[in-house]
Write a protein that binds this ligand. Structure first.
Ligand code: CO8
Length: 256
């Protein structure tokens, strides 16, 4: 299927989505979010896809929501049409999703990256929630997710002042899992995505669900949840295959 605002590639069991509005630094408009959601639905339903990577260009992952589309919005339009809800599809994807970020990830771009399961950053990456400079605040999870990633002090400073954070600081603060040279970003992201895609899909999705549960519940409840899911894994053929392969000193085959 051809899209106007994104490019879609398959690399074996990895689905790669490139945000592609180069003239506006991949500003996120409703067409782009709509197309992204179509592909996420398709990858989610496709048993041949085990992991998804979302990236942008060398210059920008995404420089935020499209201000030209948004500027004239009224409050009733924003509220009645449930503006932003369609953005959240990404946060409900059950398969693992990696954000590979080079250049600007600002406003809604930073929020989109934070909806992914982890962020791999190029050394050129710059993260920020500069909405306050536009007379608004983050609206797609920025005040909540950024605070959970980097803590109150840094999140407050970034949201209140609009200051951008470079890749090294983002790694120190725990916003990104790793920083790699910009030239290697997509190949590194595809490599780690391939590793994940070769695991048991059931186990990968349940692992994701369990890690995410830690954000939403108490430690005791989270540990109880983890225990039940872990115990249930002994009903999976993939558990038998994984442990048998270890004992037989061969790689596991989770594709059966
Ligand atoms: N929206 C629309 N167009 C944009 C955006 C944007 N967010 N960002 C950049 N562009 C456009 C510029 O207008 C420019 O277009 P043109 O060439 O026609 O003038 C082109 O992209 C290139 O940009 P610059 O010339 O400004 O490039 P620089 O390298 O000088 O600067 C910056 C790069 C610093 C990234 C600068 O473009 C900038 O500050 N952009 C705006 C960043 C921003 O404020 N982002 C937050 C937007 S608000 C938001 O995301 C709210 C999300 C809440 C959820 C919304 C749900 C829908």
């Amino acid at each position: 299927m051809a899209f106007e605002t994104i490019l879609v590639e398959r690399h074996e069991r990895v689905g790669l989505i490139r945000l592609n509005r180069p003239k506006v630094l991949n500003a996120l408009n409703s067409d782009l979010i709509g197309e992204l959601n179509v592909v996420l639905d398709a990858f989610e339903a496709d048993a041949d896809i085990g992991c998804i990577v979302i990236t942008g260009s060398d210059k920008a992952f995404a420089a935020g929501a499209d201000i030209t589309e948004m500027h004239a919005l009224t409050y009733p339009e924003s509220y009645d049409n449930d503006f932003i809800t369609s953005w959240e599809r990404l946060s409900r994807v059950r398969k693992p999703v990696i954000a590979a970020v080079a250049g600007f990830a600002l406003g809604g771009g930073c929020e989109l990256a934070m909806m992914c399961d982890f962020i791999l950053a190029a050394d050129t990456a710059k993260f920020g929630q500069p909405e306050i400079k536009l007379g608004v605040m983050p609206g797609a999870g920025g005040t909540q997710r950024l605070t959970r990633f980097v803590g109150k002090s840094k999140a407050m400073e970034m949201c209140l002042s609009g200051r951008l954070m470079g890749a090294a600081e983002a790694e120190r603060a725990g916003l990104v899992s790793r920083v790699v040279p910009a030239a290697d970003l997509v190949s590194e992201a595809l490599a780690v995505a391939k590793t994940i895609a070769d695991m048991s899909p059931t186990v990968a999705m349940q692992t994701k669900e369990s890690v995410n549960r830690s954000y939403e519940t108490t430690l005791a409840e989270g540990i109880r949840f983890e225990r039940r899911v872990f115990q249930a894994m002994f009903a999976l053929e993939h558990q038998k295959e994984g442990m048998r392969a270890f004992m037989e000193k061969r790689p596991p085959n989770f594709r059966r």
